[in-house]
Structures are given as structure tokens and as C-alpha cells.
Write a protein that binds this ligand. Structure first.
Ligand SMILES: Cc1cc2nc3c(=O)[nH]c(=O)nc-3n(C[C@H](O)[C@H](O)[C@H](O)COP(=O)(O)O)c2cc1C
Length: 260
């Protein structure tokens, strides 16, 4: 931070927050193996508090959280995921995901749900059917992005408290969703958005690779020469995804860069 930036930050009362924040952001990892140590209710509340302060479209705060700690419920959730993964493999799903046996043993899980009627709070009109459809598509984006912001806040809070978390989106799939909805007694029209297993990590998270900034940033307008080819995505799905999503990945520049 330069002297001028520090002065500005001091005026806003946010000086010296960037360094611990970026450390927390960089060191947060998806954790899929936990110690049996219980997670105290106060600690879970701190994580939920971080979720509560996320930004959201129209400040609608569409999220609600179900805290699951009962072992029998967690085991049932685990079974649903394990069986579904086996089914995905039989159905040749291109990306069946990581093994899910850890879910049954996790000390706690935050299930994130959201009522889609909050979308009424986002821009929309019945002026013409075309406009209604246009705004409806964007309402869905606003809704999902709002919930994702709350999840990321909780992910970072968990990491700052020495806890590990995973972000399971299978909760939002129709097939698993039906079973999970019954188990967790979620009424219509409330939507299951994500499940966040939390606990103290068994092994420290492995540093994942990230593309360097210069591969991501365009200045003023999109640089068409850098539009990725179809082959790039094929190569990512066939050769890179599993390695960088679930294994050690390429560790360079303190985990901030990779060969991409
Ligand atoms: C929207 C979203 C969906 C994800 N879905 C899953 C999931 O269903 N199962 C899972 O194990 N991890 C899931 N992840 C975690 C990613 O695999 C993980 O963030 C990525 O591989 C980078 O690793 P890191 O979180 O350790 O940095 C998801 C992450 C996001 C942001």
C-alpha cells in the first residue's frame, strides 16, 4: 500500500485490511477431508454472520441457512451423494465430481436455500412478453449471484477461523434435490442452492493454480485476439480440469499462477 492509499484507507476506517484479506482469499481452499472435532455453535454463527453481510440484488438478502449437525441426517446426505455419484459414473457424466464418502463424517453442514419469489424485487416488466423474458433471465442471474456472494463470504470466514469448507452444488440438481428436499423438509417454492460441509481440515488444503492476471484482464475493450478457441476448452476439460480441481495442481508464484 502506498502512503496515499493508506491515508485514503485510514479516512474510510479500512486501513491495513487488504493484506489480511488477500491472505485469507489466497489461502482459502476447498476442503474435502475433516477431523472429527465438533464445530462449536458460536463458530458456525460467525460463519453465518459473514454470509448475512453479503451484497445482494436490491438488498433482497434472498438466502436462508439450515445448519445440520445431526449425525444421522449427515449420513443420509452422504448416502444420497455417494449413490448419485455412482449413478453419474454409470450414466457417463463427463465430470462426476470428487468422491463423496467424506460427507457422512463431516461435523456440520450449512445448507443454503433461497426463495425465488425474491426475484420480484429485481427489475422486470409485463409490458411485452419479450421484455418479460429478458428481465426474467437477468432476475435469475441476480438471484444466483446474490446467493453465491453469501457463500463466498462464508467460505472466507470459515477459512479465517481455521476451518475448511467445500461448496457442493449437487444440492441444486433435480434428482438429488428431490431426495434432499424431502430429508430436510424444504417447502416449495424454496430452492436448494448449495451445501457447505464444514469442519477442521484433516490435511491442509493443497494450493490450487490460478491463471495469471494478464490472461484475464482486458483494457478498455475486449481484445478479440485473446478469444479462446474451442480447442482450448476441450483441452481444459480433457487434460486440466480434474488435475487442478481435485489434486495438487501446478504450484507456481505461491499458487497465484499456473501454466494457463
Ligand atoms: C459455483 C461453484 C460450484 C462448485 N461445485 C462443487 C461441487 O459440486 N463439488 C465440489 O467438491 N466442489 C465444488 N466447487 C469447488 C471447486 O471445485 C473449487 O473451488 C475449485 O476446484 C478451486 O479449488 P479451491 O476452492 O481449493 O481453490 C464449486 C465451486 C464453485 C464456486
Amino acid at each position: 500500500m502506498t502512503g496515499k492509499e493508506r491515508e485514503e484507507a485510514k479516512k474510510r476506517g479500512t486501513d491495513d485490511l487488504f493484506d489480511p484479506l488477500i491472505e485469507c482469499i489466497i489461502h482459502r481452499r476447498s476442503i474435502r477431508s475433516f477431523q472429527p472435532t465438533p464445530v462449536a455453535d458460536e463458530v458456525v454463527m460467525k460463519i453465518l454472520e459473514a454470509g448475512r453481510w453479503a451484497p445482494s440484488g436490491g438488498n433482497s438478502q434472498p438466502w436462508e441457512f439450515i445448519v445440520v449437525k445431526r449425525r444421522d441426517t449427515l449420513e443420509k446426505i452422504g448416502r444420497i451423494f455417494v449413490e448419485d455419484r455412482e449413478q453419474r459414473i454409470r450414466e457417463k457424466v463427463n465430470f462426476p465430481g470428487s468422491a463423496k464418502s467424506y460427507i457422512a463424517k463431516v461435523p456440520a453442514m450449512i445448507v443454503v436455500v433461497a426463495d425465488p419469489r425474491w426475484k420480484q424485487a429485481y427489475p422486470g416488466t409485463d409490458f411485452t412478453p419479450a421484455l418479460r423474458r429478458m428481465y426474467a433471465r437477468n432476475r435469475e442471474l441476480i438471484f444466483v449471484q446474490s446467493v453465491a456472494a453469501a457463500v463466498e463470504n462464508m467460505f472466507l470466514a470459515a477459512s479465517s477461523l481455521g476451518l475448511g469448507m467445500a461448496w457442493l452444488t449437487g444440492f441444486a440438481e433435480d434428482r438429488m434435490g428431490r431426495k434432499l428436499r424431502r430429508l430436510l423438509k424444504i417447502p416449495e417454492p424454496v430452492r436448494l442452492m448449495a451445501g457447505l460441509p464444514i469442519g477442521y481440515p484433516k490435511v491442509p488444503g493443497q494450493t490450487r493454480s490460478r491463471r495469471p492476471l494478464e490472461h484475464l484482464v482486458h483494457h478498455e475493450t475486449y481484445d478479440p485476439d485473446r478469444l479462446k478457441t474451442e480447442e482450448f476448452f476441450l483441452d481444459f476439460c480433457e487434460n486440466e480440469r480434474n488435475r487442478i480441481a481435485y489434486s495438487a495442481g501446478v504450484v507456481k508464484n505461491g499458487g497465484r499462477g499456473s501454466r494457463f
